[in-house]
Design a protein around this ligand. Structure first.
Ligand code: NFS
Length: 655
């Protein structure tokens, strides 16, 4: 029987634009993925190219048990074993992922410092309460000092977290006490963010660390330096400067583009420029300028995590998630795609060459051959943003006749910072996680799941996220989401309160309806996974559910992951005590021993562990089983039935 072709997406807007691309002979990521299969040796982590004696390939023969002799022979030219090679590759993914999140955090601090020093007037403190709380947490004097004086001290302290050579990262103290002890006992508390990443790169160089256990201790240090360091710093400082998110209504999918307006999509990860674009695109002079070119106004929309940032704080609509970036251009209605850093496919340039769309790079760390570079000047952010908006408006006049915008979009509610969750549940004057804890203890909410991460062209777009989330909420698991996973959920209509009645088990539906929240809470961009860590810690601190994150009936997943950042996130979740299951593909399959270390040993070390399950419904069942195990350990298990999907229900899901 011929192999059944995998559906490209479950999202109708995506499918419609893929048809348009096909009609016009335009290749996208979906076509390239079909044309080029992944290298099976590299996909399993069995290829080492860390020196010029290689690349060495040490693939594991599939379908039969390996003999000890065969295992012994599976080494690189230098003698590196499959275990070492696999661990090095995995560790380097962590290093790259942690570097990306952390360098994002560093840029945010730079802007924050300029603001504090009065060198830019366009940024300001938007959340004074959060600033003061940060000051208290970080030991910064408040007294009679101005906000900017306090902010400058905080900026300097945060900056120091990157280059610190000794001691412990400051935000480690945000974790439950017991967690901190576990880390100290294992010796994995990060010193400085940069130091841990550099040391990991050193240790994975040819001929350095050859013990996968030891390598992963450093991998964990670098990952924790991301989750409880770079990412957490980014989130906290962004909240001070741009405001802590609170519930906001918006819309998502390609249908947010408008035929009669200048369409400008901001794509990437960092919020500073996007914040300014959100402001200046509404300025009367700008709108007038757009009208002078025949447009009805300026329509700003987001893509990937920059989109999440400005959605959370301003309700700016989202055009789509990772795999939709080229398709926004295929509509023919996009006048400019403005990019900063991360997750930007080079393919957008080629697709844009078939239309009038201008690709504008704005960050000196991420330029693209053939695209126009318009530097974002942090000293003068508003002016930079105005120049970009003007360029988009000018380009509107070049829009061709070949325009088709799918008439598909969904409403969503976003803005669930951990502060918001406690206000919503506890009330403005007694904000607390108590009601959440009580409802977990009484079983209305079975547990919590973080479903996060990317899209991956090797699996049906959005399908993993949606199948997994529906299975979880059906079983009364409240889902916290970030990144492209959150966008998938929103597009499927799961981020409105009405979704509770339709998709949730009785207990969860009751809570959502009473509080007026959706069953899937949008917590922001991928750096905002740190919000999930803080929320989990708040649940621990509120009491009744153990004294560590690993005691909570909670689990994490990235069913469609693809980025190195996802591996860094996974490792800091595991090291923070969370059972974490990934889908699509597993990058250490070439070494059973090393995979065992991640899937088994880590549970003894950290109370959390990795797992891999490409079927999203089965993966959800693994998460639920883990949640039930934790409920039992806490003594709050009462007999409850697990809803299992039958084939009809699955078909309905996929249809
Ligand atoms: Ni996260 Fe956000 Fe999306 Fe994946 Fe990329 S945009 S930082 S890496 S693809 S979720």
């Amino acid at each position: 029987m011929p192999e059944e072709k995998q559906a490209k997406s479950i999202d109708k807007a995506t499918l419609e634009m893929l048809d348009k691309a096909a009609e016009e002979g335009i290749a996208t990521v979906f076509d390239r993925a079909e044309k080029m299969k992944p290298c099976p040796i590299g996909a399993d982590g069995s290829c080492c190219k860390n020196c010029a004696m290689g690349p060495c390939r040490v693939p594991l023969a599939k379908g039969k048990e390996e003999t000890p002799e065969e295992k012994k022979a599976r080494v690189g030219v230098c003698g590196a074993t499959a275990e070492t090679i696999s661990a090095r590759n995995f560790a380097r993914m962590i290093a790259a992922g942690s570097a990306s999140h952390s360098d994002h955090g560093r840029r945010v601090i730079e802007a924050f410092k300029l603001m504090a020093e009065g060198k830019t007037k366009d940024f300001e403190i938007k959340d004074e309460q959060k600033l003061l709380k940060l000051a208290l947490d970080m030991g910064v004097e408040i007294g009679n000092r101005s906000n900017n004086e306090i902010a400058l001290d905080i900026a300097n302290k945060c900056e120091n977290e990157f280059g610190k050579q000794e001691g412990e990262l400051l935000f480690i103290k945000n974790a439950p006490i017991k967690r901190q002890e576990i880390w100290r006992n294992l010796g994995v508390v990060p010193r400085g963010i940069d130091r841990e990443i550099v040391e990991l790169m050193h240790r994975t160089h040819m001929g350095v660390d050859q013990d996968y256990r030891n390598l992963m201790l450093q991998g964990t240090r670098a990952a924790l330096a991301d989750g409880w360091g770079g990412s957490m710093i980014a989130t906290e400082i962004q909240d001070c400067m741009f405001g802590t998110p609170s519930p906001v209504l918006s819309e998502i999918n390609l249908g947010v583009l408008k035929e009669d307006m200048v369409n400008l999509v901001i794509h990437g990860h960092e919020p500073a420029l996007a914040e300014m674009l959100a402001v200046v695109s509404q300025e009367p002079e700008m709108v007038k300028y757009a009208e002078s070119k025949g447009a009805k106004g300026i329509n700003l929309a987001g893509m990937c995590c920059t989109a999440n940032e400005i959605l959370m704080r301003h309700g700016v609509p989202i055009a789509g998630n990772f795999l939709q970036q080229e398709l926004a251009i295929v509509t023919g209605a996009l006048d400019a795609m403005v990019v900063d850093v991360q997750c930007i496919m080079q393919g957008i340039k080629e697709v844009a060459s078939c239309f009038h769309t201008k690709i504008i790079t704005t960050d000196n760390r991420a330029k693209m051959t053939g695209a126009e570079y318009m530097a974002f000047d942090e000293h003068n952010p508003k002016e930079s943003a105005r120049a970009i908006v003007r360029a988009a408006i000018d380009n509107y006049t070049k829009r061709g006749k070949n325009v088709r915008i799918p008439n598909i979009k969904q409403p969503l509610i976003a803005g669930f910072s951990h502060e918001t969750i406690s206000y919503l549940l506890g009330g403005l004057f007694r904000a607390s996680y108590r009601p959440l804890n009580d409802n977990i203890i009484n079983g209305r909410i079975r547990g919590l799941a973080g479903v996060v991460g990317c899209n991956n062209a090797r699996t049906t777009h959005d399908s993993g996220h949606i199948a997994m989330i529906k299975e979880l909420i059906k079983n009364d698991v409240l889902v916290l989401s970030t990144g492209c996973g959150a966008m998938a959920a929103a597009k499927a209509g799961l981020m409105v309160p009405e979704a509770a009645k339709k998709y949730c088990g009785e207990g969860l539906a009751e809570i959502c309806e009473t509080v007026g929240i959706p069953p899937v809470l949008h917590m922001g961009a991928c750096v905002d996974n740190s919000r999930i860590l803080i929320a989990a810690t708040a649940v621990v601190k509120d009491g009744g559910l153990g004294d560590d994150i690993s005691d909570l009936p909670a689990a994490g997943a990235a069913p469609e992951w693809m980025s190195e950042k996802a591996i860094a996130i996974g490792q800091y979740f595991v090291a923070s005590g969370v059972y974490t299951v990934f889908g699509t593909t597993w990058p250490t399959s070439g070494s059973k021993e090393f995979t065992n270390h991640l899937f088994k040993d880590m549970e003894e070390m950290y109370g959390g562990k990795w797992d891999f399950q490409p079927d999203p419904v089965q993966a959800a069942q693994l998460m639920i089983a883990h949640i039930d195990k934790k409920r039992k350990a806490l003594g709050i298990d009462k007999a409850r039935e697990r809803v299992l999907y039958d084939m009809d229900m699955r078909r309905e899901l996929e249809g």
